[in-house]
Design a protein around this ligand. Structure first.
Ligand SMILES: [Zn+2]
Length: 324
């Protein structure tokens, strides 16, 4: 059982963006030749979270593998196995039993902390919504297999809310002919289709414009579990780099952005992001004095009050790269 959104993942590999000049601000732990451990990378990311003013996360299938859903280009991914002549990987849990994992929960916690300003996802598995992410601060660029979209007014509806009978009305792909008697949009009467973006379908315009705007504004982007080979979604990472944001990329397989991001982690997302968010939450909850000291330890001046998002920030962090 592979999500049909998989079909939307078959575009060309983007050329890496030009390398952002990396300047002098140093972190002592990256001065040695030893690659940083996942724990050290989590600490660095925690410091960046604390000082960030406009944090955006970008997720791909790799964030859901710990929930039992196979990814596409990971070591045991759908495309990786296909290219090796192997059968498709199996889901480790039944599709109806899939639940958010600690990395999904960590992003939801970041949002409750007021730190995560926006979440961009290539996933159609509904796990970000299930983890408590505010749908108004979420762009699911490839749709959501649980949601139907009105072709006329663009409104989204959960399938169950409209009693959509899949046996009778099908999966409602854009290219399927409408079935007589199928539910229509309660707001405008328009035709409902699956919100999943299949190969050849247009990306949802509103979501993509929101994602583009936040990618341009962010000063920290966490890229989690994406091989960054599907355009135009992957280009949002290049956009963040070009506008000076720090980009922390956690993915088990290679990506076209490996040599240009600010921090590259090959560890499991669950080994880096939940600890980073726990640490950041602890720093943010500490009394102001300690908060300032801890945040400054990461090499950047702490912000102790809310400040408007800045668009002109230039990354000054030394890159930290750990190869497996
Ligand atoms: Zn409508």
């Amino acid at each position: 059982m592979i999500p049909t959104g998989a079909r939307a993942r078959a575009f060309v590999v983007p050329p890496p963006p030009p390398r952002t000049p990396v300047e002098s601000e140093s972190e002592t732990r990256t001065m040695t030749n030893e690659p940083p451990t996942p724990q050290q990378q989590a600490e660095t990311i925690a410091d960046w979270i604390v000082t960030s003013e406009h944090l955006v996360a970008f997720t791909g299938a790799g964030i859901s593998t710990d929930s039992g859903i196979p990814d596409f280009r990971g070591p045991d991914g759908v495309w990786t196995r296909r290219d090796a002549g192997l059968p498709e990987p199996t889901w480790r849990v039944a599709p109806g039993q899939v639940r958010p994992n600690p990395a999904h929960a960590a992003l939801a916690q970041l949002q409750r902390l007021g730190k995560l300003r926006f979440l961009i996802s290539q996933n159609i598995d509904n796990l970000h919504r299930a983890s408590g992410i505010d749908p108004g601060l979420l762009a699911e660029l490839h749709g959501n297999e649980h949601l139907l979209r009105c072709l006329a007014c663009d409104e989204l509806y959960p399938r169950e809310a409209l009693a959509w009978d899949a046996c009778r009305f099908g999966r409602a792909f854009r290219t399927d002919p409408p079935v007589p008697g199928q539910p229509a949009c309660p707001a405008c009467g328009g035709r409902l289709i699956s919100s999943v973006v299949n190969f050849g379908d247009p990306l949802p315009v509103t979501e993509f414009l929101l994602a583009d705007g936040h990618a341009r504004r962010c000063d920290l982007m966490l890229v989690l579990g994406s091989s960054l080979t599907v355009e135009p979604a992957a280009s949002l990472v290049g956009l963040a780099l070009r506008t000076g944001a720090r980009v922390a990329l956690v993915n088990r397989g290679p990506t076209p952005y490996d040599d240009v991001v600010t921090l590259r982690s090959w560890a499991g997302i669950g080994d880096v992001i939940p600890p980073a968010v726990r640490r950041a939450a602890g720093i943010l909850a500490a009394p102001p004095r300690r908060h300032r000291d801890d945040a400054t330890a990461g090499g950047r001046r702490a912000i102790t009050s809310a400040a408007p998002p800045r668009r002109d920030r230039v990354s000054t962090a030394r890159r930290t790269v750990a190869k497996p």
